[in-house]
Write a protein that binds this ligand. Structure first.
Ligand SMILES: C[SH](C)CC(=O)O
Length: 266
């Protein structure tokens, strides 16, 4: 697809995910900053986006998606990020853990484990790929925890087990957060917690931790992607730091497409 006609071929549409995701705000902003008149971002879901990507890829059709790393799609397909010379999608992102106020006093074991939690994009990817290959998220998470006992012990050594205390983790059903939340939920379950994993929209995820109706989230993308949520809710949450480095968001296309930069869409 030549750069000139990619807009025609795509009906000037970027394939997006859930409307509340930070990447969607960034994609809308990119249309404005790069002057992509006539372009729009279609909202759907992460699952729908990856399905549309797979369908286009199988027939080498053009497609532009709101994409992020870590994600299994880079293992499954030969993809590339479009250059973003204006820096609309930011540089490297990290994923952070936030807890509700009072968690340390109420559940010191869970607080310590969540504070210690830190892993790599590759480790997250192992669970994501397992799930994408058909495994149930809870089973994929349990298999990873069982196979990485030494790694898990780095987060849990010295903490006191509990006896059925209730704990709720909130997340958005992005493939990366399905993997991380099920994994750390399993670690907490193995310590005796009765863990509830609640998928929700990004706004409500942060709101629930800030108002204390949920205990924690390991799904905050910063410094750019979720910055606007931190403006609204950051003062009412406890920042437990980074749990994964080397994340990234942007516009992603199959490598068979000629375009290399967001500027090529003009
Ligand atoms: C889809 S990224 C994991 C997060 C976001 O865009 O809000």
């Amino acid at each position: 697809q030549g750069t000139g006609d990619v807009g025609e071929a795509l009906n000037f549409t970027i394939t997006g995910i859930e409307p509340g995701a930070g990447i969607m705000t960034a994609a809308e902003n990119a249309i404005d900053v790069y002057g992509l008149d006539g372009w729009s971002v279609s909202a759907s879901s992460s699952a729908a986006m990856t399905q549309q990507l797979a369908t286009a890829y199988e027939s080498e059709e053009p497609i532009i998606v709101t994409g992020w790393t870590p994600h299994w799609k880079f293992a499954a397909f030969d993809l590339k990020y479009l250059d973003d010379p204006e820096g609309v999608f930011g540089a490297e992102e990290v994923i952070q853990t936030f807890a509700r106020q009072g968690l340390e006093e109420d559940h010191p074991t869970a607080y310590t484990v969540l504070d210690n939690f830190h892993w790599t994009a590759d480790e997250m990817g192992e669970i994501m790929i397992d799930i994408n290959d058909g495994a149930d998220p809870a089973e994929a998470a349990a298999a990873w925890v069982d196979a990485n006992a030494e790694r898990v012990a780095e987060w849990t050594d010295g903490v006191e087990p509990v006896d059925g205390d209730a704990l709720e983790l909130v997340y958005v059903a992005w493939d990366s957060e399905i993997a991380s939340t099920h994994m750390i939920g399993k670690v907490l379950e193995d310590l005796g917690y009765n863990v509830t994993l609640t998928p929700t929209e990004a706004t409500y995820m942060f709101e629930a931790v800030a108002n204390g109706s949920a205990d924690a989230t390991v799904a905050a993308w910063l410094p750019e992607t979720h910055a606007h949520f931190l403006e609204d809710f950051g003062d009412d949450m406890v920042d437990l730091g980074v749990n994964l480095e080397g994340a990234k968001i942007g516009l992603v296309v199959p490598s068979y497409m000629d375009i290399t930069s967001i500027e090529d869409l003009k």
